[in-house]
Design a protein around this ligand. Structure first.
Ligand code: 9RB
Ligand code: ZN
Length: 369
């Protein structure tokens, strides 16, 4: 085992990205009382707070976020979209696209969010750390080349992946997105590119609507290098573990990536308001372990996780701690108080209608080569 540490990116300014007075995801206005937007700082603050209180935080390697250059943003986004974000950010904010509220200064924060993921990538590539977690905000996996979407302004994982390919000259990277929503933006960033295998496990037809189907497999030279695993609502740890054992891990072995990027949302957790799945800290721990085993085998353990969704501030910190404990190989004395109640929910084991989807996705692994 390597003695290198796990890198960790955090910046207080990420918490100053203002999504405004929504009622969850819904704009306010009579009859909708103004409230808080679901993508607000609190859940992420509580995640970082538990890392600190558990004693894990000082054992991680802090990585300073940097600004993303315009050139790096333009590897994915259009110049017109970049201008729109700058203009909104320097006036009174507004909507970056489809359900993506932003406030004053959000351009600079989004630049530092993508840049936090880039800094984590750089620390991995230089060998300073073994793997890394970028606890950034705003998230990125829905962002399109020419539009914001689903709370995401810039495609953090796409920008990092393109940097790995174009700056570091890697030949093959993989993304494994376990946010409960489809990683459509990440998929779009590499759809015709065989240098990236993009995989998304998500709740079938949750968000974006009509996106993330099994038959979206890439196009042109990228044909065969996109795998969606749209699990039915209600899926639990058994379904996720089976999807990893039968699809994700074999696909990675077939593709042999030199780096694995994980758009890491925790909204597949039981009790998340924006998902209907039943994952828990033990499940995230197990998926992280499976990924680390294959990353050790294929790419010297290089795993770069970037934070995406996850909206239950009470439970998310414990799922996040489990992932960081696994990545770092350091087990704190904290036990997840929610684990037992979540683990005893009905339907945690793999059910036949879930297995059908996994079997269908398994067929796609044979196309990789
Ligand atoms: C609204 C709609 C949503 C729903 C879910 C997300 C989740 C993002 C995430 C974002 C926007 C629809 C407000 C459909 O966590 N990604 O990882 N908005 N959904 N129609 N309307 C009016
Ligand atoms: Zn999500």
């Amino acid at each position: 085992m390597s003695n290198k540490k796990t890198g960790f990116v955090w910046h207080e300014i990420y918490m100053w990205h203002n999504t405004g007075n929504y009622a969850g995801v819904m704009p306010y206005g009579n009859p909708v009382q103004p409230g808080t937007h679901v993508e607000n700082p609190e859940t992420k603050r509580r995640f970082r707070n538990l890392l600190e209180v558990s004693g894990l935080l000082p054992q991680l390697q802090p990585i300073a976020a940097r600004e993303t250059t315009e050139q790096e943003i333009l590897r994915f986004h259009t110049a017109q979209y970049l201008e729109k974000i700058k203009t909104l950010s320097s006036s009174i904010g507004g909507d970056a696209g489809i359900f993506t509220p932003m406030g004053v200064g959000s351009y600079d924060i989004a630049r530092l969010s993508a840049g936090g993921v880039l800094a984590a990538l750089e620390a991995i590539m230089s060998g300073e750390v073994k793997n890394a977690y970028a606890l950034v905000r705003p998230p990125g996996h829905h962002a399109l080349a020419d539009d914001g979407m689903g709370f995401c302004i810039f495609g953090n994982a796409v920008i990092a992946g393109k940097h790995a390919l174009e700056h570091y000259g890697l030949e093959r990277i993989a993304t494994v997105d376990w946010d409960v929503h489809h990683g459509n933006g990440t998929q779009s960033g590499f759809y015709d590119d065989p240098r990236a295998l993009t995989i998304s496990l998500h709740q079938d037809n949750c968000f974006p609507p009509d996106s993330g189907h099994l038959n979206e497999n890439g196009e042109g030279r990228g044909e065969g290098y996109n795998i969606n695993i749209p699990l039915p609502a209600g899926s639990g740890v058994g379904a996720y573990e089976a999807a990893f054992d039968r699809v994700v891990i074999p696909a990675l072995r077939a593709y042999q990536p030199q780096l694995i990027i994980v758009p890491c949302g925790f909204d597949a957790g039981a009790y998340d308001p924006l998902g209907r799945m039943q994952m828990h800290s033990g499940g995230y721990r197990s998926l992280t372990k499976k990924l680390m085993e294959v990353a050790d085998e294929l790419c010297e353990g290089r795993i770069l996780m970037c934070h995406e969704g996850g909206y239950n501030g009470d439970t998310l910190p414990f799922m996040g701690l489990a992932v960081l404990e696994e990545l770092s190989g350091i087990r704190t004395s904290v036990e997840d108080p929610f684990l037992e109640m979540m683990a005893s929910l009905g339907g945690q084991q793999l059910l036949p209608h879930q297995e059908q989807i996994i079997i269908a996705a398994q067929q796609l692994v044979n196309k990789i080569g």
